[in-house]
Write a protein that binds this ligand. Structure first.
Ligand SMILES: [Mg+2]
Length: 383
């Protein structure tokens, strides 16, 4: 008997994540209209509380406009170190419990629960995971469960705040029908306006249309739109691989005990790796050094950092490790650097101006490195 396996996809989404973190750090913010983002009026809203949303404040809105809409708006932003820390706590819990998962952004995750329903209910499993996250981190989180990623994502958005929702197999069309086409992931304001012009306002309007008509209006995207409207759009999980790393090491021709020389080598090696990191548009949250002594005794020591690809953040972390574990009485045979725990630079994070400025600076440096080879520009330490 060839039974088709039912797919179960779970989407977990922390509720107004940055605001929730700020509230953990300062409970006075509870129950008040809060926005996280740049303090100046030139900034934008990265996240806002439901109390602020009641005034019409939304994510990505200019802060000046948000302040106009809500006179009592409290603007905070304690920095991305805190957000990364709490994001990591949640990621670790999910990584421990989930068979396979994808970290879609700093505050959302997909978990593939296909096959789990044989042993216990996927919905029960998801409920327990959600309660565990709430208990251990004190952060509000919602989830949606459905037959594919899109259904799960739409369901979690409908479940918010602090809720959970399961769209059972076969109930997709009925569930989607009354919803505004705006809720369809990937459908921007412009596309919505375009579709509105042709009389498509609710998902039911798309369901009642023929696939061919949508292709006529939207080209190739018309077919995807039709699949989405009917709850059939299915994309695979992009698995989160935390164990990947990049590293480099050097064995000395003659053992070296001079800390100045060793630091110089470490700096050079780190610069090579951070350059590679930036060309791949990745940040790392963990740095490590490896030291091997002439008797082949080897030590590896690591530390976590705020996700970064910047020399001025990663090199000092490496130097601190080195100073902590370097034994001036012992010469070194081999030294190495490893960067791991890759994170893709979240768009949300770049809303913070400092980060943006740094990225521009390193872009300029890398441009020169590309042009003239990567020995052109060295920081003071590695000259
Ligand atoms: Mg969220």
């Amino acid at each position: 008997m060839n039974e088709t396996v039912k797919k179960y996809m779970l989407h977990l989404d922390l509720d107004s994540f940055f605001v929730s973190v700020e509230r953990l750090l300062n409970p006075d913010l509870n129950g008040k209209p809060v926005a996280v983002g740049g303090q100046s009026n030139r900034g934008v809203v990265a996240s806002c509380s439901y109390e602020a949303r009641a005034f019409g404040v939304r994510s990505a809105m200019p802060m000046a406009k948000a302040r106009q809409l809500c006179k009592k708006l409290i603007v905070v932003g304690s920095g991305r170190a805190n957000y990364s820390h709490y994001s990591r706590l949640v990621t670790d819990i999910i990584a421990n419990e989930a068979p396979s998962f994808q970290k879609a952004s700093i505050d959302e995750f997909y978990v593939d629960l296909t096959g789990m329903d044989k042993y216990f209910g996927a919905y029960e499993w998801a409920s327990e995971l959600r309660q565990q996250i709430i208990k251990e981190t004190q952060l509000p989180i919602s989830f949606g469960l459905g037959a594919n990623k899109m259904m799960a994502k739409i369901a979690s958005a409908q479940a918010k705040p602090n809720g959970q929702l399961w769209i059972k197999h076969g109930e997709e069309q009925t569930f989607l029908a009354p919803l505004n086409i705006r809720v369809i992931p990937g459908l921007g304001a412009k596309s919505c306006a375009y579709l509105n012009k042709y009389g498509y306002h609710f998902i039911r309007d798309l369901q009642n249309s023929s696939e061919n008509r949508l292709i006529q209006l939207c080209g190739n995207n018309g077919r995807i739109l039709w699949l989405k409207a009917n709850g059939l759009h299915d994309t695979p999980l992009t698995e989160y691989s935390e164990r990947k790393s990049i590293s480099t090491e050097r064995t000395f021709f003659k053992d070296v005990a001079d800390p100045v020389k060793l630091k110089k080598v470490l700096t050079q090696m780190t610069e090579k790796l951070t350059y590679k990191l930036r060309t791949k548009d990745r940040l790392v949250a963990c740095v490590a050094i490896k030291i091997r002594y002439p008797n082949f005794e080897t030590i590896t020591r690591q530390t976590t950092i705020n996700p970064s690809a910047s020399d001025h953040e990663i090199i000092p972390a490496i130097m601190t490790l080195f100073e902590q574990y370097f034994d001036p009485k012992k010469a070194i045979r081999l030294i190495g650097v490893r960067l791991s725990h890759f994170v893709s630079p979240e768009q949300q994070l770049s809303l913070f101006i400092d980060e943006d400025k740094n990225r521009k600076l390193y872009k300029a440096i890398d441009l020169l490195k590309n042009k003239f080879g990567d020995d052109t520009i060295k920081r003071g330490g590695s000259l």
